[in-house]
Design a protein around this ligand. Structure first.
Ligand code: MN
Length: 310
């Protein structure tokens, strides 16, 4: 599945609008001049003169009208869908996750809606590319972001993670389900407003993502775009990333207080050592509830714990 963007003269736009006239759907955003929904393709004509074809039939439909527009936006090195040139200024619902590589600490997914007229505000509140932000800074600005923008944040406790992991769920599936859920919750919150687009910070190709969530009752599909490095493409993804990160940190704080020691992030040597201490003090069953137990850290911590006991 793909997205194709064409920049076309007025004459062609009128032809397109007439050609897909009987498949027309209501255009919700001010930037959008016309939208039509075919069984396998969504056609969107923007006021800018660009036309986006999205879905399994995107290339087939786009080929009727012209050649793909090479000026479509991409962050250098980003993989995924091509986005319309003015994408950063659209109303976008973005999603991102954190905590996938951490032995302690939960997988946390957030979705955040930043409308066109909120893009400026997000920057004013201090949102930059999240890769440039540190935890302390994110803790400081997250409350304002949560206040300013419709969002949803889901924290998957490790107890639950271990349960579904043991059932054979991959991290990809877990993430896809959480992203779909978070997006759904925000769409419900902002109704009847609809975002111009939904942008998922890509962790799986579109086909794989949808395969993971195929059994869900409600699947968010309309206007969904995927790109890596998406936090640099729209501030909504950067906001989602910060909100997710801070929820993750807050859960780490809570767990640290409960255990009575500071639990480290990541999955490195320090993690093994703290895990070993926990085994010595509270036993393995207790460690299991706190961690992604299938990680290699478990075995390493067991070895360390045995040495300490001897
Ligand atoms: Mn991400």
């Amino acid at each position: 599945m793909s997205n194709v963007v064409l920049k076309l003269p007025e004459e062609s736009l009128l032809q397109i609008i007439s050609h897909y006239g009987n498949k027309k759907t209501a255009a919700k955003a001010q930037y959008v001049r016309f939208t039509a929904k075919l069984p396998d393709t969504v056609v969107t004509v923007y006021n800018s003169g660009k036309v986006m074809f999205q879905g399994a039939g995107a290339e087939r439909e786009a080929n009727r009208w012209g050649k793909a527009d090479s000026s479509a936006v991409k962050v250098s090195g980003a993989k995924g869908d091509s986005l319309p040139e003015n994408f950063a200024k659209l109303s976008v619902l973005g999603s991102d996750e954190t905590g996938t590589g951490d032995f302690f600490g939960p997988i946390t997914v957030a979705a955040c809606f930043v409308p066109a007229d909120g893009v400026e505000l997000a920057h004013e509140l201090g949102v930059k590319d999240s890769k440039l932000l540190n935890d302390e800074y994110m803790r400081k600005i997250a409350p304002d972001l949560r206040e300013a923008f419709a969002h949803s944040v889901l924290t998957l406790k490790n107890e639950k993670y271990n349960k579904v992991q043991a059932q054979g769920w991959s991290q990809g599936k877990i993430k896809a389900l959480l992203h779909n859920q978070a997006l759904k919750l925000v769409l419900a919150k902002i109704e009847p407003v609809k975002p111009d687009a939904i942008l998922i910070d890509q962790f799986a190709e579109r086909g794989i993502y949808y395969k993971h969530i195929k059994d869900e009752e409600e699947i968010v599909r309309e206007n969904v775009l995927f790109s890596t490095k998406a936090e640099g493409l729209h501030v909504s993804v950067a906001c989602a990333s910060i909100i997710a990160r801070v929820a993750f940190l807050e859960e780490m704080d809570r767990m640290s207080a409960e255990v009575g020691m500071t639990l480290p992030k990541g999955a490195g040597k320090i993690v093994d050592e703290v895990a070993a201490k926990i085994i010595v003090k509270h036993g393995e069953e207790y460690l299991k509830g706190l961690t992604k137990y299938h990680f290699a850290n478990t075995k390493k911590a067991e070895v360390l714990a045995r040495k300490r006991r001897n």
